[in-house]
Design a protein around this ligand. Structure first.
Ligand SMILES: [Zn+2]
Ligand SMILES: [Zn+2]
Length: 330
């Protein structure tokens, strides 16, 4: 079968590899769609740890091609896959903090993933969806699950005012989730005009261009701010625009060695809650159901669809201005 294999740092190629055979309680999934994301770029260049060689791709779904002994699934079922495999037995797992499982491994990071014709998937990671779901929407379930984790942590209440810093796929999914959650105001901040226009079509009540407007004064008193840009600058802004007693939910990843100065006094007297949000613990099933419901506008987020031979060119270039989501369909 064809697969996008990272053999060493900076060495990525479309290769012919052996089609795997499902073992006990495993399925062989024929991939219908796999998202290509920023994490894949980081893994490609050695900025995010991974196994090597490894087949990339952690945002995927497909149709079950073959089932191993004892599997509870059937050939022909369309499924979404949660790439993060945890032990289910350690204290963190048992208490619902599965993202911190010391045995966490991920399809497309430590073991072979979805940028391939087929992928071996443990039963524990499989979430069936409607067989007539648009296959491209399978690529959104994992990033949506990460966004829903952010919503869970925000404890957003109806009528609250929300700001979202960053207009990538996570930011634009959070815009739609905030709308569904009943936010009274949804302000999106992003440099790219195309992304601001998309945000207005899918639920943002206001958009801000941070190059031409001063974010710190243009937005004030937000109940919840979602930091989805992953920069020190937006992290600082998020604390200034959030109301006293409000929450900052940090979904964006900065470089692992980025630092900044904080003012502890302001955090105390403003009772500011700064809360990180990591991976998709216990949210994949809800993400799959929400995608199935058709309540999200996902098509507007798709910038380009390629086959496996087009993946390397996408990862070799920086994301083009205005582009939001790239998807590979093997
Ligand atoms: Zn991703
Ligand atoms: Zn565990």
């Amino acid at each position: 079968m064809k697969a996008v294999v990272l053999s060493t740092v900076d060495n990525l190629a479309l290769a012919d590899v052996k089609k795997p055979k499902p073992g006990s309680k495993e399925c062989l999934v024929k991939v219908l769609a796999c998202g290509i994301c920023g994490t894949d770029r980081h893994i490609y260049h050695g900025e995010y740890p991974s196994a090597k060689p490894v087949i990339l791709g952690h945002e995927f779904g497909g149709v079950i091609e073959e089932v191993g002994p004892g599997s509870k699934f059937q050939v022909g079922q369309v499924v979404s896959v949660d790439p993060n495999i945890v032990c289910g037995k350690c204290l963190d797992c048992k208490e619902g903090r599965t993202a911190f499982c010391p045995d966490l491994t991920a399809l497309g990071v430590n073991i072979n993933g979805g940028l391939a014709e087929y992928v071996l998937t443990p039963d524990s990671q499989i979430y069936p969806v409607r067989n007539d779901l648009n296959p491209l929407h399978l690529a959104f379930i994992e990033p949506l699950a990460c966004s829903i984790r952010g919503l869970d942590l925000a404890n957003l209440k109806g009528g609250e005012k929300v700001a979202i810093l960053g207009g990538g796929v996570i930011g634009l999914l959070v815009v739609q989730l905030a709308k569904l959650a009943g936010a009274s105001e949804i302000v999106l901040v992003t440099r790219q005009k195309f992304r601001r226009d998309v945000a207005l079509k899918i639920g943002a009540t206001r958009v801000i261009d941070p190059i031409n407007e001063n974010v710190d004064t243009a937005i004030t008193n937000m109940d919840v701010t979602f930091e989805c840009a992953g920069s020190v600058e937006t992290f600082k802004q998020s604390q200034k625009i959030t109301r006293r007693g409000g929450s900052v939910i940090v979904l964006g990843l900065t470089a692992s060695d980025a630092t900044l100065e904080v003012n502890p006094f302001n955090i105390v007297v403003n009772e500011l809650r700064i809360q990180g949000s990591f991976l998709n613990p216990l949210t994949q099933a809800r993400a799959a159901e929400l995608v199935e419901s058709g309540k999200l506008n996902l098509d507007i987020l798709i910038s380009k669809v390629v086959d496996l031979s087009g993946v390397k060119a996408i990862l070799d270039a920086p994301p083009a201005e205005g582009d939001i989501k790239y998807i590979a369909c093997p």
